[in-house]
Design a protein around this ligand. Sequence first.
Ligand code: PNS
Length: 167
Amino acid sequence: MAAPTASIVAIYPGSFDPITNGHLDLIARGSRLVDKLIVGILRNESKKPLFSVEERREMLEEVVKPYANVQVGCFHGLTVEFAAESGANLILRGIRAISDYEKELQMALMNRRLQPGIETAFLMAGEAYSFISSHLVKEVASLGGNISGLVPPLVETRLKARLAALK
Ligand code: PNS
């Protein structure tokens, strides 16, 4: 009898303020590579987020519904601790351009030092999404630019409403 294969549980940590179509593309592709994917929203109020963690979680839960093996969680503190508590053996991150690489490499090496049993794997962003970031989407939306196709429709609606309420 063949030895049982260990299952791969991955976390995909990030700020997701808010989730973009680039994140969603990574979730869709990542979910096909692992048995379970847990999207982890970092609770870090010092970053002055536009959306609360609960709001970000609501939006994420809605958009990951099509992916049966994807769950959403929140964490504060170390990513590797969240991974260990979640029973994960992999951290998934996306790389859009070479400019992302340096920071991601540093984080991956630090995470490996902190928790040698947990590997980091990178997926290259889909070429249609490689210029998208939550930060730029918020900036463009706040200046009245068109963000359709950059974020899921429900995020677009909520983003416009939040920005209008702040005016
Ligand atoms: O979406 P982001 O803002 O690029 O995500 C960054 C994130 C959340 C992955 C990173 O800031 C992080 O892991 N923060 C948790 C703190 C931590 O574990 N730091 C030490 C290892 S780098």
